[in-house]
Ligand binder design. Sequence first.
Ligand SMILES: [Zn+2]
Length: 87
Amino acid sequence: MKLTKDQVKKLRDEGKTLEEIGSIAGVSKQRISQLMQQWNLPRFKKEEPICPWCTSRNVYYRIKLANFICRHCGRVGKRSQFIKGET
Ligand SMILES: [Zn+2]
């Protein structure tokens, strides 16, 4: 089975690990990792927080308010807005 970018992306969205995707496609997880890099897909669910408005990574988390604040543009948002791939 030959995997396409869309298939891999869909499997990742379903929460499959690289190993699981590899076993579906009959290739190693290293190969999946390579492909994802080629296709510019995020290889890890968890990403560094990034400001969705100005794309600055200069953000900080306020535990008390449970939100992120951008040092660059000053906007405040929810965790899911600042961390892509997390819902
Ligand atoms: Zn910002």
